[in-house]
Design a protein around this ligand. Structure first.
Ligand code: GCU
Length: 733
């Protein structure tokens, strides 16, 4: 198939890069369905390992029963077992010493699996082909063998065997690209990397060469799905489904060689807007027939089409509420149109009242998705994924996890993150976002013995209610409660892309690390942010001097903390300019608007009371222990304090500082840390590619200017409100 051809081309390309030098070892690629009876031992061992890894109970040394044991044809049984473990994308890597020298074998059930196996080797570096124990040989930063749920590794004699499969089947990147330039949002909504890779002012780009490169980049990072247009669907974009389906065909052709499937954002009003029907009511048979026909036409043109993304009844987008229907009615109607073709509906949970009166203290935007969606748990069809933003408000630098993620055990839930840095510095500021995602995905909200959040997104605990999952974990004496549980379909991860036609892909060259981190975590959510950063630095600056590599690494590591220090404090969020596309400080910019994002600062204190006792009750929407932690001032984590409580400026944090002194200190410290970043970068910039160096230098200067502006506006605001002087007498205006 085409993916096998892609792997062949990649392997040949690597040989070209070696410029005629011999490979460090022998490489064997094997497809499960095509393994002959007299295949070499490493291939047979790979089949056994995959067969063994697929069973709930590990077989002996984890390498499966020895061949020849059991009934029927044991080889065939092992191959079947291996094929179900590896699925569409898994692979096995066996390293062995043979008389011909070190040999690496990649075994997979499909060309797609082989491709991931090949990229895995590339990631580990050339020496990864060097025989047993050679993995992770790349550079001083190193990479280590993962122990993800989908990964196991063993040593047997001369063989080392690793079995890999993705934790999430759906690893989706959403492009908020417009075909026609939007008068306010431009070509790419919340895009900070130039224009769209796909479209140029009203039409598809004639040359999709860069899209093919992009497909390769995504596949190598772990992403396997791309939604081609903005969730806010304009007229021209809606037509991608019908009159401009050719655009979708062309883009799907560009992505297909790398196993990336395309999805479309569709307008819920399409039957009216495109089909000329009088209604888009999901209960109307004419509407249902219209969608069924539209889906059939798409699949006739793009047989591996992924499905629809829908933003309904959200920020002015049409939806089922207009017809007195709920969101399960709406989502299922689309799901039934896609089901015969194997498609998925990603239904976004970003539903809230964006016409709120700021005087109304009874409405809490943070509760909205929970209140709308949790009553619908159990009603969504199997091919519906509920796509929930990571935080309950909107992609701020610090929010608690959305409680919706934890409250819908009968629903496939995807967590959506924002790789594009709308609220985290717009790819002018360095902000490595992976720590935010790993903190959330690896958290255990039901307690230390319970499942992790990624067990929800991967589907490992779907169907179990939270309490049952927890009891199971306790009974098996393991933290990893999902380990023995059969895998059900999960919702996966989704992200808003940060890529455009910029020469560095992402505006700030270092923002590439966020794209890479998303793909890696979607494949394996147990990786640490630091591990992924090491990989990215090694892959991106592998040939550069060590001093440059370590400086880039240090600039990125901890950069999100720095950003948090000089922007809105203690989880209160927003305080950004509403007029300038959310860039730069404006403390009261949203305070009297309809958007539901308030901080309630007055002369005495600041923060939003979301407690059960005296506030909006949001804190009570979490599993009991976590709810209690958030409810009480004694236990609420400092960094989320103002998201959950309204406190006086004199309130003393766990750190021992008062709230107002914390605000001053972090804002001065944040700017100082940016100054250290500038100095560190100046030293190594001459070692970098001159264009890249110039871009980073320019962006760091802007980050510094902006950080100073944030510091001074925030500090001055709180000094004027509170009248409390800085203990250290620093300059506040
Ligand atoms: C944010 C963003 C919008 C986007 C919306 C969404 O509010 O500013 O541009 O449309 O999220 O996620 O749908």
């Amino acid at each position: 198939g085409p993916l096998v051809d892609t792997v062949r081309a990649e392997v040949a390309h690597a040989a070209t890069l070696r410029g005629g030098e011999a490979a460090p070892g022998r490489l064997t690629l094997a497809l499960l369905g095509a393994v002959p009876d007299d295949a070499p031992e490493p291939v047979l061992a790979a089949i056994d390992a995959a067969a063994g890894a697929g069973l709930g109970e590990p077989h002996g040394d984890g390498l499966g029963e020895p061949r020849g044991v059991g009934l029927g044809d044991p080889r065939e049984a092992a191959a079947d077992e291996a094929s179900s473990t590896l699925g569409d994308e898994g692979f096995v890597i066996v390293r062995s010493g043979t008389p011909q020298g070190p040999t690496t074998t990649i075994l997979a059930g499909t060309g797609h699996g082989l491709l991931h196996g090949w990229f895995h080797l590339v990631r580990e570096g050339a020496l990864a082909q060097g025989g047993p124990g050679a993995q992770g040989a790349r550079g001083p930063e190193g990479t280590s063998t993962s122990t993800a749920p989908g990964t196991s590794s063993h040593e047997r004699g001369e063989l080392s065997v690793e079995v890999h499969s993705p934790a999430h089947d759906l690893r989706v990147l959403d492009h908020w690209d417009n075909v026609s330039v939007h008068p306010v949002m431009g070509q790419v909504e919340r895009g900070y990397s130039g224009g769209s890779l796909f479209y140029d002012d009203g039409s598809l780009r004639p040359d999709l060469g860069k899209v093919r490169q992009y497909a390769r980049l995504l596949a190598a990072s772990g992403v396997n799905r791309v939604a081609l247009n903005n969730v806010n669907v304009g007229r021209r974009e809606a037509e991608l489904l019908t009159t401009h389906l050719d655009d979708v065909v062309a883009l799907a052709d560009a992505f297909r060689p790398y196993g990336v499937r395309v999805h479309l954002s569709v307008s819920f009003a399409s039957p009216v807007v495109l089909g000329g029907l009088a209604t888009a009511d999901p209960a109307d048979p004419g509407v249902q027939a219209w969608w069924a026909q539209a889906a059939s036409a798409v699949y006739a043109a793009v047989p591996d089409f992924g499905g629809f993304v829908v933003k309904a009844d959200s920020e002015g987008q049409p939806g089922p509420f207009s017809y007195g229907r709920d969101h399960a009615d709406g989502a299922n109607m689309l799901a039934r149109a896609l089901a015969p073709h194997g498609g998925t509906v990603h239904w976004r949970a970003f539903v809230y009242d964006h016409h709120q009166d700021w005087r109304d203290r009874s409405t809490d935007r943070a509760r909205a998705a929970y209140d709308h969606f949790t009553p619908l748990d159990g009603r969504f069809d199997d091919n519906v994924v509920l796509q929930v933003k990571l935080g309950p408000i909107d992609f701020q630098v610090r929010e608690p996890l959305s409680p919706v993620v934890l409250a819908m055990p009968q629903t496939r839930v995807a967590v959506e993150v924002q790789v594009t840095q709308e609220y985290t510095g717009q790819q002018k500021h360095v902000a490595y976002l992976a720590p935010q995602w790993t903190d959330a995905l690896q958290a255990r909200p039901w307690g230390d013995e319970g499942p992790a959040v990624s067990d929800v997104t991967s589907g490992r605990i779907r169907g179990l209610d939270a309490a049952a999952a927890r009891t199971e974990a306790a009974a098996s004496g393991t933290k990893d409660s999902g380990a023995g549980a059969p895998r059900t379909a999960g919702g996966g991860l989704a992200a808003v892309s940060n890529v455009g036609d910029d020469v560095f892909w992402t505006g700030h060259p270092f923002a590439q690390a966020n794209l890479y981190a998303f793909g890696r975590l979607a494949w394996d959510p147990t990786l640490t942010a630091e591990q992924i950063l090491d990989e990215w630095v090694a892959l991106t600056f592998g040939d550069a001097p060590a001093e440059l590599r370590s400086t880039v690494r240090n600039l990125l590591s901890g950069s999100l903390d720095v950003y948090e220090q000089y922007t809105a404090p203690l989880g209160v969020g927003f305080m950004v300019s509403p007029t300038r596309h959310h860039y730069g400080p404006d403390v009261d910019g949203y305070e009297y608007t309809a958007w539901g994002t308030y901080h309630f600062a007055d002369r005495d204190g600041v923060g939003v009371d979301r407690t059960r006792a005296t506030g909006t009750g949001f804190a009570g929407l979490f599993p009991p222990e976590l709810a209690q932690t958030y409810e009480s001032l004694d236990t609420c984590p400092d960094e989320l304090l103002l998201f959950l409580h309204h406190v006086p400026y004199s309130h003393v944090l766990h750190s021992g500082k008062t709230v107002v002194q914390h605000i001053y200190d972090t804002h001065f410290a944040g700017v100082e840390r940016v100054e250290e970043m500038l100095t560190a970068w100046e030293k190594v910039a001459p070692l970098a590619d001159p264009d890249l160096a110039a871009r980073v230098t320019e962006r760091l200067a802007e980050q510094h200017r902006s950080a100073v502006e944030w510091r001074d506006q925030i500090n001055t605001y709180f000094f004027r409100k509170s009248g409390v002087a800085d203990e250290r007498g620093r300059r506040i205006y």
